[in-house]
Design a protein around this ligand. Structure first.
Ligand code: NAD
Length: 324
C-alpha cells in the first residue's frame, strides 16, 4: 500500500505509551487492522519501554515522537505537527512497588501528564480522548464481596491507584464541564507478550527458568482477576469505536486466581517444584482481592474475553522463550 498523505487518514490517533506492554500490543494489532488510520506513538522511553516491542514501526501509518507527556510545550508541538483527531492514553507509571518508593513521579506522569493531554485535546477540539485505566481505582475486595461494577466507589490504596483515580476524575470533569467526548476503561491484571520483567508473571517465569526462587507476598493469598492482553486491547478497540461519550467500562478476564495458584501454574510450565517458592513479608497497603463484573460491557458492547488462562499462559511462555 502506498503511504497516504496525512490529511487523507480517516483518523489520526495519538497513542501514548506505545512502547510499553499494553500500548505495544495495541499498536502491533491495530496499525495492521486499520491502514486508514495514522497512529502516532508518543512515548518518552522510561525503563518500561522497549523499542523492540513494536513490530509495525515500518508501516506508513505509524509514527513515533519521543515526547514526555509531563512536558506541555513539547506535547503541543506534536499536536501542531500531526493535527490528531483522537487520543488513546496508555502512558503511565504503572508499577505499584515503585509507586511506594517514589510517589511523586506517579503524580507527575499519571495526573499532570493526563491533564496536559486533556488540555490539548480540548484546545484542538479532538473527537475523543480515551483514558486507559485500571480496576485498582476501586480499591480492594474481601473474599465474599461482589465483583466491582462501574458504580463501585473509588477507593484507591496505593500511590499508583490514587494517581490513576485522580486522572479518571479529571477525565470526568472534561466530559461534564467542558463537554469533551471522553471514555474510560478500567481493566484487571493483564499478562502476555512484551510485559516488563518486573511484573509478576514474566518475573517469576524468568527466575524459575534461571533456577532461582520466586518471592511470594503474604503466603500467596491475594487474589487478582487475570486477562490476556489481546482480550484487553480488543475491548479497547470496541470501546474506542462504539463507547458512548462520557462512558466508563470495566474490563475483566473472568479469571480470579490467588497468587499461589498462579505461582503453581508457573512452576508447572517451567518444570520446577514448590521448593522454588520463597515466602516474603507483605507489601504495605497490599490489596487483597480484585474482581470485575463483566456483564455491563457484555450487555452494552457485546464484548467478552476469548482466551482462557491456560491458553494465554502458553502463548506468553512461548513468546518469552522463543529463540532461546
Ligand atoms: P508499562 O509500564 O508497560 O508502559 C508504560 C509506557 O508509558 C512506557 O512505554 C513508558 O515509557 C511510557 N511512559 C511512562 N511515562 C511517560 C511519560 N511521562 N511520557 C511519555 N511516555 C511515558 O504500562 P502498561 O502495563 O502497558 O500499562 C499501560 C496502561 O494500562 C497504564 O495506563 C496502566 O495504568 C493501564 N493498565 C495496566 C494494567 C496491567 O495489568 N498492566 C491493567 C489495567 C490498566
Amino acid at each position: 500500500m502506498h503511504s497516504m498523505n496525512r490529511k487523507e487518514y480517516k483518523k489520526k490517533i495519538i497513542v501514548t505509551g506505545g512502547f510499553g506492554f499494553i500500548g505495544s500490543n495495541f499498536l502491533n494489532k491495530f496499525v495492521l487492522k486499520y491502514p486508514e488510520y495514522l497512529f502516532i506513538n508518543v512515548d518518552c522511553m522510561t525503563y518500561a519501554a522497549n523499542k523492540k516491542n513494536v513490530t509495525v514501526s515500518r508501516k506508513p501509518n505509524y509514527a513515533f515522537e519521543k515526547t514526555d507527556i509531563r512536558d506541555l510545550k513539547s506535547l503541543e508541538k506534536v499536536f501542531k505537527k500531526y493535527k490528531p483527531t483522537d487520543t488513546i492514553h496508555f502512558a503511565a507509571e504503572s508499577h505499584v512497588d515503585i509507586s511506594i518508593e517514589n510517589p511523586a513521579i506517579f503524580v507527575e506522569t499519571n495526573i499532570i501528564g493526563t491533564h496536559n493531554l486533556l488540555m490539548l485535546a480540548k484546545k484542538y477540539s479532538l473527537n475523543r480522548h480515551y483514558q486507559v485505566s485500571t480496576d485498582e481505582v476501586y480499591g480492594s475486595l474481601k473474599k465474599n464481596d461482589k465483583p466491582f461494577t462501574t458504580s463501585s466507589p473509588l477507593a484507591p490504596n496505593s500511590p499508583y491507584s490514587a494517581s490513576k483515580a485522580a486522572a479518571d476524575m479529571l477525565v470526568r470533569v472534561y466530559f461534564k464541564t467542558f463537554g469533551m467526548n471522553t471514555v474510560i476503561s478500567r481493566c484487571s491484571n493483564n499478562y502476555g507478550p512484551n510485559q516488563d520483567k518486573t511484573k509478576l508473571i514474566p518475573r517469576f517465569i524468568s527466575l524459575l527458568l534461571s533456577n532461582k526462587k520466586v518471592p511470594l507476598y503474604a503466603k500467596g493469598e491475594n487474589i487478582r482477576d487475570w486477562i490476556y492482553v489481546e482480550d484487553h486491547i480488543d475491548a479497547i478497540d470496541k470501546i474506542f469505536h462504539k463507547g458512548k461519550p462520557g462512558g466508563i467500562y470495566n474490563i475483566g478476564g473472568n479469571c480470579e486466581l490467588s497468587n499461589m495458584e498462579i505461582t503453581k501454574k508457573l512452576i508447572a510450565i517451567t518444570n520446577k517444584d514448590e521448593s522454588y517458592i520463597e515466602y516474603v513479608s507483605d507489601r504495605p497497603g497490599h490489596d487483597f482481592r480484585y474482581a470485575i463484573d463483566n456483564s455491563e460491557i457484555y450487555k452494552k458492547l457485546g464484548w467478552k474475553p476469548r482466551y482462557s488462562f491456560k491458553e494465554g499462559l502458553v502463548k506468553t511462555f512461548e513468546n518469552m522463550t522463543k529463540g532461546k
